[in-house]
Structures are given as structure tokens and as C-alpha cells.
Design a protein around this ligand. Sequence first.
Ligand code: KG4
Ligand code: ZN
Length: 390
Amino acid sequence: MRILSIETSCDETAISIVEATGDFPDATYEISGNALYSQIDIHKEYGGVFPALAKREHIKTVVPMLKKALDEAGLLIEEKQELDADLKEKLTSLLEREEGLADELIRFFESHEIPQIQLIAVTTGPGLEPALWVGINFAKALSAILKTPVIPVDHMEGHILASIYDVVEDDKLASIAFPAIALLISGGHTELILIKDWITYEKIGQTKDDAVGEAFDKVARMLGLSYPGGPEISKKAKEARERNLPPYKADLPRPMLHSNDLSFSFSGLKTSVRYAIEGKTLSEDEVKALCRDFEDAVTEVLLKKAQDALTQYGASTLIIGGGVSANEYIRRAFQTELLSSHPDVEVYIPQPKLSTDNSVMIALAGHAHSKNAHQAGAVAYLKANGNRSL
Ligand code: KG4
Ligand code: ZN
């Protein structure tokens, strides 16, 4: 089954072509095309992601990404043809809110062969609704042109599957033991999910306020570092550790560490950083030390909550996913420290390139649910749900 997957939930416009051979979860997934455009440089100026701007950028880049993914997969074949007038009318109506996109897509398929695709997978949430709608309407339009069914995908399920893909056996999902716990840490989410069996999820913990990636981004902004803050803070913290710089604020709070539940909270930690720097001009080294102190506090909380969840549910697998799982220090902490408290737990961490948003993970999640795909063209039910939850 050849899957075309689309991800536009936040500030990455991504399209992949993935060839799935066999049934989920035992299939082999070969990535034959993988195109990703990051809008980070555009949002950097504003210090965060603006939904209307993200939408505009998705509209501008989604056809170029389609072209690139098809090209990589060897499916970009020039061919002149006239699309049916009814089809063109349908495309114009499906993409009426994405200015110029219908015409661009029609031009594209009037000069290229229509590829053979068996399933279109698209992120329908969670995420920024204006951004999600671009991907969804694009999927609907492609469904009409390619005569291919569409499957709606939960972005967070994508992160979970990305973490166990291509880490044990090439091109395959790891055969994990259940129950498993997933710790999802991204810019929009901080969640603990109990996975009782394949595609059977229950949310058992979440943040009461900021997501952990959001805390990284906001603290970075306070320190004058650029967006996204995670990688910036992580670089500075690393240097502070290598040079053994003295703490700037060793006693930053570890919010809800002993709350005896699986909830998180990061806004107090962020506020403590604000108080620690208010009215002061920090030296370069003090900034680095504070980045490390912050990263230490976050890591300690994440580790403790994951350990609590594993113990509480007797789980033998821990899956860490989401953009923050790209953080080197956090990755290492989970690989080493978790072993000492839970030696029998298998820990899965995504390859760095699949940690942050991408469309390969959307293809994996789409395949997991492919049996539920509606018929080609039956796309009215597809809706964006910014707060969609596993
Ligand atoms: O999963 P993701 O790409 O997008 C969302 O679904 O939100 O996660 C983005 C988040 C941002 O907040 C970014 O600062 C954070 O992941 N991030 C990191 C690192 N790389 C990305 N946080 C800490 N350390 C990193 N190395
Ligand atoms: Zn994400």
C-alpha cells in the first residue's frame, strides 16, 4: 500500500510517500519520498507561531512539497492533460478558503501524471485550526484527483509511532510489550498516555498549564534567545555542563514533583526563571548556567512522572515522543537514569530527525487505521479539531 501523508498542524509543511508492505503493526515501511518545509525562520521574527501566518505559508508550500515528495519517490512524470471540468469545479470549491491553491494544484496535475496512491493520511488535530484546515482541504482535493480514500490522523499518535519506528529493525515498528506508557513532550502537549494494546490509548496525565516545549520557548524568549527555544537552551545548557559552570539558580522549583498524581505544571517554573533574572543583566556564562538549571529542573520532573506512571500501571515499555524528545540531555537521562529505577523497562526514543514534526509519522498512524478509511471522495466528515485528543 502506497501512502501519501500530509502534516500541517503547526509550522511544518510536510508530505511523504511511504510504501507499507504487510499489515499494521508488522508491516515494513519504506520512506520513498519525504519533503518538509519548516516555517521557523518566518515565525522567529515574532518569537512564536502565528496561526494566520502559518496558514498562509502552508498554502504557499504545500504543492512544492507534494512535487518534491513525488519526485523523490520517482512518481513525478511530466504529462500534459486536461482535467475534467466537473473535477476542476469541485477542486475550486474544496479549496475556496485557500487562495490560489486550487489553480496551482490544477496546473500541477495538468502537467503531471496522476500517481497511483492507495491511501491519503492527513493530520486533523491537535494543532492550530487554520493550519490544520490547509492540510485537510488539500487532502480532500487530492482524494478527488487521485480517487484515493483519506484517513484522518491524530498528530500525537503519529509522535508515538515515530518513536518506535526504525529503531530496532530497519523500516519496521518495534514489537513493544504492553502495557506501555508514552510520555509525549512537544510545543503544545505534555501528556502521559497508557497504551493497553496497539492503537488503544488512555490519557493518564497531562499539564495543567504550559507544555514543556512551550516552557522552553518562553524561557528562551526571556533570555533573548531565538525561537524555537528548545534547541537554543539545550546548546547553552550543554556548554554549562561541559565547563562545569556554577549554578545561577540551583533551587528552581520542580513543579508537582511530589503531587502524587501524573499531572504536570510548568508555568511556575517559567515564572521563577523570570523572577531570577528580573532587573539583572546576565553575563553569557550566567545565561548558560541558568539554561542548565532550567533543563535540570524539567528533566527531573519528566523522569519522576514517567517512573511513577510505569510503576502505577506495571508497564514494561516507555515511549518518549514529541519535539522535546530531541533534547540530548533529556534523551540521555531517560536512557541512563530510568534504567536504575526500572531495569526491566524498554525505553524507546525517536531518531532525532523523527522527533520533531514530520509527515512520516502521519503515514504510520494512517496505516494503523487504514481499515477505517472512507471511500475515495467521501470526505465530508473530515474536520479540523485543534483539541483532538487520543
Ligand atoms: O513536536 P513538535 O515539533 O511540535 C509540536 O507538535 O508542538 O515540538 C516542538 C517543540 C518546541 O517547543 C521546541 O522548542 C521543542 O519542541 N524542541 C526542543 C528541542 N528541539 C525542539 N526542546 C528542548 N530541546 C530540544 N533540543
Ligand atoms: Zn508535534
